[in-house]
Each structure stands twice: as structure tokens, then as C-alpha cells.
Design a protein around this ligand. Structure first.
Ligand code: NDP
Length: 295
């Protein structure tokens, strides 16, 4: 790749807004996608305070940004700054991708698309299955909508703060006809065994690394597949425990990569080929396994 071919007067600009933003993987991910696809574009991170979100979105539109990603804590508040919101993003209740249109930015949610792709390539079959969703935050919202859309027979919501699980269950029940229930973490060991467990809590990363929201590992006996949205560490305690009982275990890395590819596809109205997606994933997993963003 030659720098003379890039960053000229034709360069399209993309970015991500969030706070904090320093640890975001998206600049590396999106610039890798831009390079791999050979597109003359650049992607940059912006730390934006909550009080400045409207000004930032308007300013980036005025500067001609073609697309943006939005991360914590702006995924909900940014919805008030858009000219339209895609149907799926509205169902999830959060937006992480903005696409430039004639009238302003339109909002999309690609976390759910990344999760869907990860289920598909890792052959996690949800249709007709009993599922258990741990967590009721942003990632859990995407997972819940996806489990419903993929035709799970049942979704059991488990969260430390039970009211949030109740609220998510009520929201999902407004368009999902399958069975639902809300239970506490203490109840999961005696409750009817699910086929698929999705961990969408943040337990197991950051300060809680090598902790698991599931305290008794025998819980995993007889469970078909366990998906953890976390990708740092590569294998959480939860996945390590589940692996011992023969469960199919998938971490959040594919979800992360494919949500980024989905944003790129939305911005460019194209479909990235499977081969190119694998090329992007391979170069990023090398980067990731070497320590990633800790530079
Ligand atoms: P939120 O802050 O919205 O939600 C966090 C969830 O974790 C809540 O359900 C919270 O429960 C639960 N939780 C936190 N601490 C504990 C604890 N000590 N015990 C039990 N439950 C706890 O975060 P997000 O949903 O945005 O992110 C969750 C995880 O998903 C993060 O690790 C994030 O990195 C990952 N993620 C991965 C993506 C990917 O592409 N792979 C995309 C997006 C997120 P409570 O409601 O009680 O506070």
C-alpha cells in the first residue's frame, strides 16, 4: 500500500465517537478493512462528552464525514440527533453506526448483525432451542432481539438487577411469541437446562478477569453451546468452564469483526466477500493476539 495513493483530496473520512475512546479497537479494525478493500478512506477516533453529542454529530456531518461508529455511552442518546433510524436498530433500542444521507445521518445497529454472523459461521443453531441470556445491558439487548428473530423456542433472562431483565423481557415479548422467563443467577442451577447460553454481562473482562457470572461449573453439563460476548481475554473463565463439559464455545471476536464489516457494508452499499472477510479477520487476530491496543 503506497501512501501517495491515499490521503489526498478524494479521501473519504469516517470515525468513531465515544468516551472513553482510547481503548477502542474500531480504528484498527476499520482502517484494516479500508486497506484490505483498497478504498481511499481513513477512520479516526473522537472522544466526545455526553453534553456535546448533538454538536459533534452536526459538526461531523458539516465536515463531510461519510459514516460514523458510536460507542459507549452514546449509543442511545445519539438517536435524538439522526434523520432516521433503521427498523432493527429501533427494536434493539440502540445505534452504533451512522450513515450519511442527504438530510443528515441515519442510524443502524451492527452489533446485532455481527452477532448474527458469528452464530452463523460458528454454526450455533437457535431455531427451536431453549436459550438463556445472562445480562440485560446494551449487548444483551442485541442478543435478545437476535434470539427472538432467529426463532428460539424460549428465552430465559438472567441479570443481577432483576428489574432490567424484566424490562428487557417485556420489550422482547412485544414482538416475540416464544416463551420467556426471568430468573436470578442463584436459580440457574436448578432451572430447566437451556440448549444455548449467551453471556452478555461484562463479568470476565477488565477488573473481573478470571471471574464468571456462573459460579458452579456443573451448570454447563448438557448444554450445547455457550457464546460469550467478551473477546479480551480470548477465553474467559466462563468459556473455560463450559469447554470442560464439552459445550461448543465461541467468544466475542467474530461478533466484533463482523459488526465492523457490517458498518463498512452499510456505508458503501456493498457486500464484503467471505474471502476478504477472512483476510481481514486473520490480520486482526494476529494483531490482537500480540497485545492489540495496549500500545
Ligand atoms: P452494559 O454496561 O450495558 O451491561 C453490563 C451488563 O453486565 C449488565 O447486565 C450488568 O448487570 C452486568 N454486570 C456487570 N457487572 C456484573 C457483576 N459483577 N455481576 C453480574 N452482572 C454484572 O455493557 P454492554 O452490554 O455494553 O457490554 C457488556 C459486555 O459486552 C462488555 O464486556 C463488552 O465489551 C461486550 N461487548 C462485546 C461486543 C462484541 O462485539 N463482541 C459488542 C458490545 C459489547 P446490571 O444490569 O445488574 O448492572
Amino acid at each position: 500500500m503506497n501512501v501517495f495513493d491515499f490521503y489526498n483530496g478524494h479521501t473519504k473520512v469516517y470515525g468513531i465517537i465515544g468516551n472513553p475512546i482510547e481503548h477502542s479497537f474500531s480504528p484498527v479494525l476499520q482502517n484494516t478493512i479500508l486497506q484490505t478493500t483498497g478504498f481511499n478512506g481513513v477512520y479516526v477516533p473522537f472522544k466526545v462528552e455526553e453534553k456535546d453529542i448533538k454538536k459533534a454529530v452536526e459538526g461531523l456531518y458539516a465536515l463531510g464525514f461519510e459514516g460514523l461508529n458510536v460507542t459507549v455511552p452514546h449509543k442511545i442518546s445519539v438517536m435524538n440527533c439522526l434523520c432516521g433510524i433503521d427498523e432493527t436498530a429501533r427494536k434493539v433500542g440502540a445505534v452504533n453506526t451512522l450513515k450519511r444521507t442527504e438530510n443528515g445521518f441515519k442510524g443502524y445497529n451492527t452489533d446485532i448483525l455481527g452477532l448474527k454472523k458469528s452464530f452463523s459461521i460458528n454454526k450455533i443453531e437457535v431455531k427451536g432451542k431453549k436459550t438463556m441470556l445472562l445480562g440485560a445491558g446494551g449487548a444483551a439487548n442485541s442478543a435478545a432481539v437476535l434470539l427472538a428473530e432467529l426463532g428460539a423456542e424460549k428465552i430465559v433472562f438472567v441479570n443481577r438487577t432483576k428489574e432490567k431483565a424484566e424490562a428487557l423481557k417485556n420489550h422482547i415479548s412485544s414482538f416475540y411469541n416464544g416463551k420467556t422467563d426471568v430468573i436470578s443467577f442463584d436459580d440457574i442451577y436448578t432451572y430447566e437446562k437451556p440448549d444455548i447460553v449467551v453471556n452478555a454481562t461484562s463479568v470476565g473482562m477488565g477488573e473481573g478477569v478470571w471471574q464468571s457470572p456462573v459460579k458452579e461449573d456443573s451448570f454447563f453439563k448438557g448444554i450445547e453451546a455457550v457464546f460469550d460476548v467478551i473477546y479480551i481475554p480470548w477465553e474467559t473463565k466462563l468459556l473455560n468452564d463450559a469447554k470442560k463439559f464439552g459445550c461448543k464455545c465461541v467468544n466475542g471476536f467474530d461478533m466484533l469483526i463482523y459488526q465492523g464489516i457490517a458498518s463498512y457494508e452499510i456505508w458503501h452499499d456493498i457486500s464484503v466477500s467471505d474471502n476478504m472477510a477472512v483476510e481481514i479477520k486473520d490480520s486482526l487476530s494476529q494483531y490482537f493476539l500480540k497485545g492489540g491496543n495496549n500500545k
